[in-house]
Design a protein around this ligand. Sequence first.
Ligand code: BTN
Length: 243
Amino acid sequence: MNFQVEWFDKLASTNATLREQFFQGLDLGSGHIIAVREQTAGRGRQDRTWYSTPGQNLCFSLFVQTHAELMAVPSLTMAVALGVNEMLRALRIRSAPKWPNDILVDEKKICGILSERVENPALNKKGIIVGIGLNVNMSSDEAEAIDRPATSMLIESGRAENLQETLESLFHPLDHWIGKWEQSGFSALREEWTEKAGPIGKTLTVHDGDIKKTGTLAGFGDHGELVLQTAGGIETIWSGDVS
Ligand code: BTN
């Protein structure tokens, strides 16, 4: 993957800017990245807002050129989560991926990922935009001001990091895990994902809108969907928040 970063001082959302570039017909290759120092309207899953202190954290979007179908999008998010998690673990941060798109340290979110499939039939171009918000130098006061439990690399390691270098340190693990996904989809990630985001048998409650399901983790399906053993039988879950 040929990583090329375009840095901006201020943008509404890196996902939105990358999307615009894609639909303008720019010839984007896998590894094209839009990164920003201040993101003013960051978006998260389920129409949530992604808040990031200006100049403190990484907010970037990566283009992956692929003809993969919609069903393959969640497992690309999981591949990226494994890559980011690997970088954090190398710095001795005790992070773990959480289904479907988070990385947590002790139940506190350090990274969120939002992937969107894009298709331009006129140009026969398809791809997936992977938006990554990684809390790097956010202070504990700033983390406490967020309405959900949050943490940062600084809070966990006591060390401030250079944003550009932190982004570059992700290239190798992202290349590794996205490469595996490109070859064989979720089956290439299953073992690592289950080890890091499991364990099998753990009790989970999944909330999706008004629906709430409780059971034990039975595993992950062919596309990374969560398989829950409930009192009523096996349930396959494609989206939701797990607690
Ligand atoms: C989530 O946890 O729900 C996903 C959060 C994703 C945030 C990142 S920050 C860079 C990119 N641009 C956005 O507007 N969102 C993603």
